[in-house]
Each structure stands twice: as C-alpha cells, then as structure tokens.
Ligand binder design. Structure first.
Ligand code: GFB
Length: 316
C-alpha cells in the first residue's frame, strides 16, 4: 500500500467500514474514496460500474453488507441473500473491470457448517449443512469468497477474503430486535437499570458460545492483510476464545451496573451452538487481536452512552 493510493472503503458508515477508515487515517492514508448508501446504492449495477469508471480506486475494502443478529437474519431472509449477493457481484465485477490493484472482501464465521468441529479452520468450508437461521446470509457470503477466487483464477485479480468472527464495538446497531447479542444486551441492561426493572430478557438458553472480536482489532487485521497477504486462500480473523451467552450477560450486567436478574426466553432460537474460529493461519503471519473482551465492552458502553447524549442534544 502506498500513501498516495486511492482507497475505496465500501460501507464506511457501518461499524466495520468506519473502523477501517479510522485505522487507515491513523496510519496516514488520506486519499480515501467514500460514498454513503444515499449517494451510491451498491445494489445498482449500472451505478456501481459508473462510480468505478469515474473514480478509479487503486484498492477496495468491501465492508458494505446487509447485516443483523439472529432474528433479523431469520426474518429478512430474502433481503439478506439478495442485497448481499447484489453488492458483492456489482463491486467485485466493477473492481475487475476498472483494474483495481487489490480488493479485500469481508465475510463471516457463519459460512461454516452448523456442527463443525471446534475451533473451525478454513478447510471446513462447504463440509456440512449450514445453520438454518442465517443460511441465506451465509450462502451470500460463501458466494463472495467464491467470486474472489474465480476472478483470481480466470482474470488474475488480486482479490482476497477475510472471515471475521462475531464483532462488536463503536458505531454498532443497538436495535432491540435486529441487532447482534452484544449491543442488544448493552442496551437492555442499561435501559433496565434506568427503568428500575426487576429482570432482563436474554434470548435462548444462554448455553451457546460466541467468540467476540473488537472491530478496531478487525480493522487492524484487514489493513494488515491488504498490506501483506496476496493468496487465494481466505483467512479467519478471530479473538481466540469464546464465552457462553449466559456469562456474557453477567459480564454486561456488571459493566452497566444493573443489579436485577436474568430471564432466559427459550422460545427464542439459540442458533449455532459454537463457532470458535481457528485463526492460526493469520497468527502465523504475525497478526493477533489485542483488545480483551471486558476492556472492549467497557469502551463500547462508553460509545453507547455518548450516542445517547448526542440524541438528547439533537432533540433539543
Ligand atoms: O449475536 P446474535 O444475534 O447472532 O445471537 P448469531 C447470538 C446468541 O445470543 C444467540 C443470543 O444464541 C441468541 O439467541 N441472544 C440472547 C441474543 N439475547 C439476545 C438478544 O437480545 N439479541 C440477540 N440478537 N441475540 C448471527 C448471524 O448469528 O451472527 C449472522 O445470524 C452473522 O449471520 C452474525 O454471522 C455474526 O451469532 O447467532
């Protein structure tokens, strides 16, 4: 990567894209090409081709995606597969046609089979059935990996892919129904503390385990791969440890200062029981996550509180 490179970060207003932009700026990359979804609808093929023809980026981080937690994935099944496939098809093909030097595509750990042995290494892709609640999203993300591989095979494009584990951090979505578990629980425990509620609902049995990576660590891994990695093989990006949803809930309860009780709602789905990534391929290249879970959640809670303050100020 050169400091003069024109770098397009697709999805720069989202949690992942905004973290990549922060990280690039902190390293002195200033020639960033950014377009909000209102300015450029990445599902529109003609608009995307035109944008690449006009702007000719050198490098692309493909962090734009329709994302959400277990409930949103399960309810908006058509949007999750259609939007993600359309974004990937349009951006990857336009990057090829406009001779982008390198593109990094971001997938997800849900690409692996529901009952994969743990921890899951990259060779387990397509070795079994997917988790039902997020199958459409996972199929779209698998297609993204295969697009990068096929454009490399047929056209020689340097398109690489990264598979992050469950993410959290500043600029997350705190919607009670549509978000992922970590931001949802931050908000639920915070609201319960303010309202004096006696209990907080946590979905499922609390037994499933999840691995959580702070988005600033993810951004550092993405830039590291853009600088150092040029292979067809996609790479897992994990934190290295997982935690049960029940223990996560206790940790968040503690951080927010809520003192009531937890009620598990077992009518809600658990999803995959475990999805811990084996990130040894990336570790062998000398990259490791740095932000411990408790420290990361504390800093995310501060960001959540700042967001609330801003809402109050802007409503005045
Ligand atoms: O984070 P989450 O929505 O997604 O849920 P997945 C993780 C676990 O937390 C599930 C439980 O067992 C949920 O039932 N959970 C407990 C909650 N309370 C809550 C809550 O209030 N909100 C939410 N959202 N969950 C998604 C996939 O799976 O992970 C996507 O659907 C993607 O495709 C993403 O891969 C990273 O980890 O189950």
């Amino acid at each position: 990567m050169n400091k003069q490179d024109k770098i397009y970060v697709a999805g720069h207003n989202g949690m992942v894209g905004s973290a990549i932009v922060r990280h690039l700026r902190s390293l002195g990359f200033t020639n960033l090409l950014l377009a909000s979804s209102a300015e450029l609808d990445l599902r529109n093929q003609a608009a995307v081709q035109h944008f690449f023809e006009q702007n000719h980026p050198d490098l692309v981080f493909l962090a734009a995606a329709k994302v959400g937690g277990i409930h949103a994935n399960n309810i908006y099944r058509a949007e999750f597969i259609y939007d993600n496939l359309a974004i990937e098809l349009n951006v990857i093909d336009a990057a090829y046609k406009s001779k982008v030097k390198k593109l990094l595509f971001l997938g997800s750990s849900c690409i692996y089979p529901k009952n994969a042995p743990q921890p899951m290494n990259e060779d387990l892709l397509l070795s079994g059935f997917l988790e039902q609640t997020n199958e459409p999203y996972a199929i779209a993300k698998i297609a993204g990996i295969k697009l990068c591989e096929a454009y490399r095979d047929q056209y020689g494009c340097n398109f690489i892919s990264a598979m992050p584990t469950n993410l959290y951090g500043p600029n997350d979505n705190y919607h009670l129904e549509h978000s992922h578990v970590l931001p949802a629980l931050l908000r639920k425990f915070h609201d319960a503390k303010l309202n004096g509620d006696t209990s907080v609902e946590v979905w499922g049995t609390g037994n499933p385990k999840r691995e959580f990576l702070h988005v600033d660590d993810l951004a550092s891994a993405c830039v590291f791969m853009m600088e150092n990695y040029n292979e067809k093989q996609f790479l897992n990006i994990g934190f290295g440890e997982d935690i049960s949803i029940a223990d996560l809930a206790k940790l968040i309860m503690n951080i927010t200062g809520y003192s009531g009780s937890i009620q598990f709602n077992t009518t809600k789905p658990d999803g995959t029981y475990r999805k811990l990534l084996d990130s040894s391929r990336l570790h062998a290249l000398n990259w490791k996550a740095k932000i411990e879970l408790e420290e990361g959640i504390r800093n995310t809670y501060q960001d959540f509180l700042r967001g609330l303050e801003q809402q109050v100020l802007s409503s005045r």
